[in-house]
Design a binder for this molecule. Structure first.
Ligand code: GCV
Length: 706
């Protein structure tokens, strides 16, 4: 039997109870599970509808109540949901000052003479977040009677960026077509939009950029504003705002103007009128996300204006309505001969202090492009007068698409925990991003969504964990990847410790394994062209130098790696002196970043005593054996996880093992062709000649740009 427990309309409590009873009668693992319900699938054990009271009525509080009634096993205490200023709570003298507008408080309290579990916050949305926190607590084994939690988000804008095109395709999407059926909107509101909002709200995600940063002007046309408004209406009770990616040249394409020069009064007036039109349709519209003068997109530089001048013109248009502009710093140009890793810093750092108050500069975690491992972007900490929004990629463009199991929690926390040293020790990226380091109220984290119309949303069960981890870290960047992995596994697979332990251990090893088999020791950008699927370290014939993998690894007979010290591009000088000093010397550079910063001879002695070449081979081998171990761990839980999700994961792991070997073999075959060395004893020869790997073509690989 296929279960579909999505929210189609409001399920009645009685209907729910009978549904729970029916499913509870079946052995847990016999039921098929296509993953649609994510980490929110109701636990089968609940048999009684819990006593949940809402003290005042609103669509959001009603949702919060429904969620608890639907998901909670009846707790010993009745649960009371109320806004903190509700007169019934006056005698409790709640300390709400530090809660902000989204923080919640959960604690035992006597309300109207009854011992209860109170869930409260200053706004309806805060109470909804609290309700989800109660559900999470119960699913992860907490005793609700003892629950006493106060939690407020550290980051203000917690936003998914959809790279969804208006034709339904998704750039770098590996989970099917776009969730948004633009064609049938605004009339048809697919129930799935509600399910999507629910999943986001359960994590505290409070914003959604609907369309690709490679934006079409039509997304700002009246017809598409109406479609966006329909989605905004669905998302609103879940505390989620809608944003749009704006094409900078829209005044020309949509407005018929001759220019998009940000200093032209007609252009500014066009954006003001467009913003007013959007706000009439979507009163709580969040604002614009802009990719300008990057990879062919138009922008202010086309008119010899700065990024700040471009951003501020848009910011002025949305400011009267309370909107923001998220202006991306992902810029590099083939006309600039300097190291690509330096270009965004060079362009943006001088603009610090020049952006309007409602602009955030959105910066990818690393200076190149979402590689499996990159050092933190040097812009973090370098623009203290500007709110810096962190952009992470949840979809796995460079990390094995949908099929490879690569849990991104460790990647996300690695960058959040990185110490920029810009204000002394402890100046972590997390503190830059949450605004604490430089005293910004406005702060944000964006995740490029991995979502599509696949039944399991993300292309695989384990990819759901990356959506989950993004949301949890955006709420609290101090959480550990390990804790999040376990918490997700418990809610996704149930409480059986054998499954939870196996899943957590697989997840925690997986990203490092992927780094090992695709590009160890600080190597990056070694993938094949365009689609970015599979190895292509040999590619050296693309039009723009910085699109070629050979640009990044610089391997020759004598050595390998990109010299970013003073003898090379001197990119290290973009970091604070304490960081730059450490990176200047290969002996003090973290080994996992070695070849990002240094060009070294193949026989360079590593800390292990091995040569660099031996260590590289060891890492490639380790990557493959780790994935084989993950596969064995999954085999051990066969029968403990429902068959549908177990099977799909098992097959994906087979694909991953095959492709890890392919990456390893192709890379080693290529490196050997360059360095003339042989493999250390015990390391297997590649399965094919280098020519075979070079001949592989994947013109139809998914996710390519249109
Ligand atoms: C949306 C990389 C990706 C592009 C993406 C771009 C960006 O270059 O390959 O698909 O475009 O980053 O972040 O703007």
């Amino acid at each position: 039997m296929k279960r579909r427990l999505s929210r189609i309309g409001a399920l009645t409590a009685a209907g729910l109870a009978s549904c729970i009873l029916a499913t509870a009668a079946m052995p847990e693992m016999a039921r098929a599970n296509d993953g649609y319900d994510l980490w929110l699938a109701p636990s089968a054990a609940g048999t009684a509808v819990p006593d949940v009271k809402i003290l005042s009525d609103s669509p959001t509080l009603r949702i919060a109540g429904d969620e608890l009634r639907r998901d909670l096993k009846a707790p010993a205490l009745p649960v009371v949901l109320a806004k903190a200023d509700d007169p019934a709570l006056a005698s409790l003298r709640l300390a709400t000052a530090g809660m902000g507008t989204e923080g919640y408080l959960i604690r035992p309290a006597t309300i109207a003479g009854r011992p209860s579990l109170l869930v409260t916050g200053r706004t309806d949305t805060a109470v909804l977040y609290g309700a989800f926190a109660v559900i999470r607590a119960q699913r992860t084994g907490a005793d609700l009677a003892q629950l006493n939690v106060a939690s407020a988000p550290k980051v203000k804008l917690r936003v998914l960026n959809h790279w969804d095109n208006l034709d339904g395709s998704v750039e770098r999407g590996y989970a099917g077509q776009s969730l948004w059926d633009w064609w049938t909107l605004p009339d048809f509101k697919d129930p799935r939009y509600t399910d999507y909002a629910r999943a986001n709200a359960s994590l505290g995600i409070n914003g959604v950029v609907l369309n690709n940063v490679n934006a079409k002007p039509e997304s700002l046309s009246a017809a598409y504003i109406a479609k966006a408004a329909a989605l905004a209406e669905v998302f609103r009770p879940w505390g989620i705002k809608v944003y749009l990616s704006a094409r900078f040249s829209a005044p020309i394409e949509l407005g018929g103007l001759k220019t998009a020069d940000p200093l032209d009064p007609q252009v500014a007036a066009w954006w003001q009128a467009k913003s007013a039109e959007i706000y009439r349709a979507i009163p709580d519209f969040g604002g614009f996300l802009v990719k300008a003068n990057s990879e062919g997109q138009p922008g202010p530089r086309d008119y010899h204006r700065s990024h700040a001048e471009g951003a501020n013109m848009l910011a002025a248009a949305v400011a009267p309505h309370g909107g923001v502009v998220m202006w991306r710093a992902f810029v590099y140009a083939e006309t600039d001969p300097d190291d690509r890793a330096k270009q965004a810093y060079t362009e943006f750092r001088p603009l610090d202090g020049k952006f309007a108050d409602n602009v955030l500069v959105q910066v990818k975690n690393g200076a190149i492009d979402f590689q499996p491992r990159e050092p933190f972007h040097p812009l973090f900490g370098a623009m203290p007068r500007t709110p810096m929004m962190l952009e992470l990629q949840i979809t796995k463009e460079y990390l094995g698409f949908a099929t490879h199991l690569a849990y991104l929690g460790p990647l996300f926390t690695e960058v959040l925990d990185a110490d920029t040293r810009t204000r002394g020790k402890g100046s972590t990226v997390a503190k830059v991003v949450d605004g604490a380091l430089d005293g910004h109220d406005l702060s944000g984290m964006a995740g490029v969504a991995n979502l599509g119309r696949d039944r399991d949303w993300s292309g695989s069960t384990f990819n759901q964990a990356n959506w989950y981890a993004f949301g949890r870290l955006a709420w609290n960047p101090a959480l550990s990847a390990d804790v999040i992995a376990r918490e997700w596994a418990e809610q996704t697979f149930g409480a059986d410790p054998r499954v939870v332990d196996a899943a957590t251990s697989m997840m925690m090893e997986s990203r490092e394994a992927l780094v090992d088999y695709t590009g160890p020791l600080g190597l990056a950008h070694l993938m094949d062209t365009g689609h970015h699927y599979g190895p292509g370290p040999w590619v050296d014939d693309l039009a723009r130098p910085e699109w070629n993998p050979t640009y990044y690894h610089k391997a020759d007979r004598n050595g390998i790696g990109f010299d970013r010290t003073r003898t090379g591009s001197n990119a290290i000088a973009q970091y604070a002196p304490a960081v730059a000093r450490r990176l200047a010397d290969p002996r003090t550079t973290p080994e996992e970043q070695l070849l990002w910063f240094h060009h070294l001879p193949w026989d360079w002695k590593m800390h292990s005593g091995r040569t660099l070449w031996e260590q590289m081979v060891d890492r490639y081998d380790r990557g493959v054996t780790t994935v084989e171990r993950m596969q064995a761990q999954w085999r051990d839980v066969k029968g403990l996880v429902d068959e549908e999700r177990w099977n799909k994961t098992a097959v994906y792991l087979e694909i991953q093992v095959k492709e890890a070997r392919w990456w390893r073999d192709a890379s080693l075959a290529y490196w050997m062709s360059v360095n003339g060395l042989s493999l250390p004893a015990g390391s297997a020869a590649p399965a094919h000649e280098l020519a075979w790997y070079k001949a592989q073509r994947f013109p139809l690989a998914p996710g390519q740009a249109h």
